[in-house]
Write a protein that binds this ligand. Structure first.
Ligand SMILES: NC(=O)c1ccc[n+]([C@@H]2O[C@H](COP(=O)([O-])OP(=O)(O)OC[C@H]3O[C@@H](n4cnc5c(N)ncnc54)[C@H](O)[C@@H]3O)[C@@H](O)[C@H]2O)c1
Ligand SMILES: O=C(O)C(=O)C[C@@H](O)[C@H](O)[C@H](O)COP(=O)(O)O
Length: 541
């Protein structure tokens, strides 16, 4: 969300909207505004006086106008009066705010505490008479409306204002995408700071032993996960695998099967994969195969794993012949994308992940492309050490959520890749060949980026795509620091590898190309001279 309040706080009188909202704003270094205070400035008297002179309907009109003004122009934390969300026009505005990515926080205090605070000092026209009875009656009417409108609910019982503000910040950073569909046990992809803390909730109480599979490079995060798991009472086996594609092999899987056997892992035990996409692919493969399938949770720590690899249940390993040639569709019990892990992610690996983000924009969500365009410079200069708590974190969280939504849409409708899901493979037909020919020294997201330019060229040569969209691929990807050309292999070698692509059928090569942005189509068996010419075009820098 680029414009409008960072967060809007709603809730009952006395819930602490002003106190906690102000605290939250100050922690974030943002301005704070309270609608009631702003209204008093606008009407030139107290709200009680205005109620007495003009009545509640006139007050609600002023309130509605002011809220609309602030929705369009105020960038901080905005607390509304308790009755504001009851006005239908305000409800419409708040729904629009949430639909546009806004965070509408329902601050829920303990009723006794809230009543006591609401009564303190008087001056609340809505509580005239028996204040507690009035508060309760209002609560009965307002609570369902608040709960329906808000996309974040924060319970503050027993918390200091500082604790509640911190909780609001953590919760407003959380985003959830649900994956459902035929053949899928529904699960959630939870995105936000501190998500690793949810591991015990997602694993549940059936597993006694948990295999925590990770690489050395994410030790800091796996240490945290191990502590969380041990505190929750699990018997944790810490399993370190070789980094990146070296971990996606049958030998590594075999080593883990041996350990699981030696350590008495049963069918009710579980696997946690914590790391980049290579690690989550391997961990998922182990989970899918151990005793024909045990529960597993993915904790992606790279951008690419957060936006793509951790969701959808494609698990697998490479073989000497090619990429991901052995594996299964096996759905995780949950995905916890803890943004804190990005603090250690090197710049080049973050940028690589943007390749899959852009792919999802090209095939399905043009708003992703618009966000990438608007923030290209900041994204290209990503520095994990200086990332958390910045506006860039919010941008990245939105990109992750949107990209996971694209993935969830395709996976939910076609888990086993009978057709629709193949669109997620945009750019991969050449991309996987490049990775293999480069002996995996080229990163996956970089290879996919070049692969999307190749697919765009092929679409242009076969009459699907206008030239300017091909050039748009090059411009956008280059602006993000991604490669758009590759010249380190022969056409014959590339074609031989393309025949091993999982979209190929018999001797037929199959590609995903675009008709226009957001409209992918299948392209089966295109003329080989067009494939070769598209390849020639991506060889030129
Ligand atoms: N299953 C799927 O649907 C799917 C989708 C896309 C990609 N993939 C697979 O994912 C892999 C690519 O994923 P990737 O780009 O994450 O590569 P990767 O797993 O090789 O990770 C990249 C590097 O970053 C390191 N790293 C990861 N998180 C880190 C962190 N927070 N701090 C420091 N270092 C960190 C890793 O150890 C590794 O060295 C490929 O094998 C690809 O085939 C699978
Ligand atoms: O989830 C999918 O389906 C994808 O194709 C997502 C791809 O981005 C991803 O790289 C996937 O691992 C490729 O799968 P493969 O079947 O082509 O090996």
């Amino acid at each position: 969300m680029d414009e409008g309040p960072y967060a809007i706080v709603i809730g009952m009188m006395g819930a602490g909207k002003t106190r906690v909202g102000r605290e939250m704003a100050s922690m974030l270094g943002l301005p704070f505004a309270d609608a009631d205070i702003e209204i008093e400035k606008r009407i030139g008297c107290t709200i009680s006086e205005f109620f007495a002179s003009d009545g509640e309907p006139a007050f609600r009109d002023v309130e509605r106008d002011l809220i609309d003004d602030f929705l369009g122009s105020f960038g901080g934390v905005f607390a509304l009066g308790g009755g504001a969300p009851m006005t239908p026009a305000v409800q419409d505005s708040l729904r629009g705010y949430v639909d546009g990515g806004g965070k509408l926080v329902y601050l829920m205090a303990d009723p006794a505490e809230a009543m006591e605070r609401a009564n303190r000092g008087g001056g609340r026209p809505m509580l005239d008479g028996d204040a507690n009875a009035r508060w309760k009656a209002l609560y009965d009417v307002r609570h369902p409306v608040y709960a329906e409108l808000a996309n974040v609910v924060v319970r503050t019982h027993g918390m200091t204002p500082q604790m509640a503000a911190k909780r609001m910040i953590d919760m407003t950073n959380e985003r959830t995408v649900n994956v459902t569909g035929a053949g899928i046990e529904p699960y959630a992809v939870e995105i936000g700071e501190g998500m690793l803390g949810q591991l015990p909730n997602v694993l549940g109480d059936k597993p006694v032993r948990v295999a925590l599979i990770h690489t050395q490079s994410v030790r800091r995060h796996s240490d945290r996960a191990r502590t969380i798991l041990r505190k929750a009472g699990y018997d944790v086996s810490d399993i370190v695998i070789p980094d990146a594609e070296q971990g996606k092999t049958i030998d590594v899987a075999d080593g883990i099967w041996q350990r699981l056997g030696d350590e008495g892992f049963t069918r009710s035990d579980a696997v946690v994969g914590l790391g980049g996409g290579a690690c989550t692919d391997l961990a998922g493969f182990v989970a899918a195969t151990w005793m024909r399938g045990v529960r597993y949770v993915n904790c992606p720590t790279s951008l690419l794993a957060m936006v793509d690899a951790s969701t959808g249940g494609k698990t697998g390993i490479n073989t000497p012949q090619g990429k991901n040639l052995v594996g299964s569709f096996y759905t995780p019990a949950g995905v916890l994308a803890d943004l804190r892990t990005l603090a250690t992610l090197p710049n080049d690996i973050f940028v690589e992940g943007l390749g899959e983000v852009a792919k999802s924009g090209f095939i399905h969500d043009p708003e992703i492309l618009a966000i990438l365009e608007r923030h290209a410079g900041e994204l290209r200069d990503f520095d994990g050490a200086d990332f958390l708590g910045t506006p860039l974190e919010d941008t990245v969280a939105e990109l992750i959520e949107r990209t996971v939504r694209v993935k969830a849409y395709h996976v939910s409708n076609d888990l086993r890749e009978a057709g629709l899901r193949e669109f997620l493979n945009y750019g991969h037909t050449l991309g996987h060949a490049i990775e293999k020919l480069e002996h995996f020294r080229w990163r996956h997201g970089n290879a996919v980026a070049v692969g999307t330019v190749f697919a765009a060229e092929l679409a242009n040569l076969t009459g699907h795509l206008d030239r300017d969209v091909v050039e748009y691929h090059r411009e956008l990807l280059s602006s993000l620091g991604l490669p758009v050309s590759w010249d380190n292999g022969s056409f014959d070698d590339v074609v031989a590898l393309m025949h091993k692509d999982k979209k190929a059928r018999g001797n037929t090569l199959r590609f995903v190309v675009l008709d226009s942005i957001g409209h992918p189509v299948h392209l089966d068996n295109p003329p080989m001279d067009a494939v070769e010419e598209a390849f020639e075009r991506i060889r030129r820098p």
